[in-house]
Design a protein around this ligand. Structure first.
Ligand code: SAM
Length: 325
């Protein structure tokens, strides 16, 4: 399990989807003064050097964040995310990429709390040093060198009874799919009103498909967004897309994603197989939700038309520049 380093993937298309949604959820929670907790079961290193060895080697950011920089008219969900990324790059060059702990800290008010889990010995060291640099207090932020699936149980429900749980394993171990599903089920028993956000990869693995279907069968209010950027490879390797499954989502998230997903699809498309889906489900008896009959709404249709790839890429001079001062 210790072969996975998120630095290799920082700022790729999957991070864009996950982090744009996370930033929206945080923004929504900040609309009320009442304190809340963020629990990140798989924290990673916190902040990544885009000009460093790892990200530089993989180049995944080029087909992720880089494509968004300077792209015209980003919808609000994307614009808010880009503003958050920009705040970590005050000199205007996107050389640092904030992972989920950094994005959470960026949003948190002094009375909110962040609880992080990470198992990788090097990632923990980097995470601790990042948090020191960001000047966090121990009262507000804690890092546990512990299995995030197990640790989550003892933190739920948070004393504030308001909380966001991000479950974002690497899924290198195929048991992660089962553990994620179980963590959500256990989590809902302890904290039924919690906002649970699960990221997962669109890969050619039956476990990924089964986990998504099992999450959709949960009798709770949920939103499910996927973004595919290219045709799956013949050898089954690589990440052609990803999904975010959000339980008890902010009621504003569906509308924002309806505007953002076609734009993201067009901007991040690597070939004509790019597409997105967006489904919601209202809990039985709940007036909320976008599907009146309590059934999943039909997946949204792929956006019409595809921008030519070259047209969606930033010009070299704009690359790595948030450019949205
Ligand atoms: N959430 C991060 C973000 O969005 O910036 C990225 C996390 S990365 C996909 C997954 C991380 O989980 C890796 O750093 C890995 O070392 C860590 N990890 C793997 N298994 C774990 C476990 N059982 N508990 C906690 N962390 C784990």
């Amino acid at each position: 399990m210790f072969s996975y380093r998120h630095a290799f993937h920082a700022g790729n298309h999957a991070d864009v989807l996950k982090h744009a949604i996370l930033v929206q959820i945080l923004d929504y929670f900040n609309r009320k003064d009442a304190p809340y907790w963020v629990i990140d079961t798989h924290a990673g290193a916190g902040l990544y050097a885009l000009d460093g060895e790892w990200a530089g080697q993989s180049g995944e950011v080029v087909d992720g964040l880089d494509r968004l920089l300077g792209a015209p008219r980003p919808p609000e969900l994307v614009a808010r995310y880009l503003r958050a990324v920009q705040d970590f790059n005050p000199d205007g060059v996107a050389s640092r990429y904030p992972g989920s702990p950094a994005l959470a800290l960026h949003a948190l008010r002094p009375h909110d709390k962040l609880r992080l889990f990470e198992l990788h010995p090097t990632e923990i060291e980097v995470l601790e040093s990042t948090l020191r640099q960001l000047g966090t207090s121990r009262r507000q932020v804690s890092i546990a060198r512990e299995d995030g699936f197990g640790g989550l149980k003892r933190l739920l429900p948070p004393p504030t009874r308001r909380g966001i749980v991000l479950i974002d394993p690497s899924y290198e171990d195929k048991q992660d799919y089962r553990h994620t599903l179980q963590a959500v089920r256990d989590g809902l028993e302890r904290f039924a009103s919690g906002c649970f956000a699960v990221w997962y990869p669109l890969v050619q693995r039956v476990q990924a498909h089964e986990m998504a279907r099992a999450l959709e069968r949960l009798p709770v209010e949920w939103l499910h967004a996927t973004l595919t950027v290219r045709k799956p490879s013949a050898d089954g390797l690589g990440l052609h897309g990803s999904g975010m499954f959000v339980i008890n989502p902010p009621w504003t998230l569906h509308e924002e994603l309806r505007a953002a997903l076609p734009w993201l699809e067009k901007t991040l498309a690597q070939d004509e197989h790019a597409r997105h889906t967006l489904q919601t489900h209202a809990a039985a008896g709940s007036p909320a939700g976008a599907s009146p009959a309590g059934k999943p709404a039909r997946p949204s249709r792929p956006a019409e038309g595809r921008a030519p790839r070259a047209a969606t890429r930033p010009a070299p001079a704009q690359k790595r520049s948030p450019g949205r001062k």
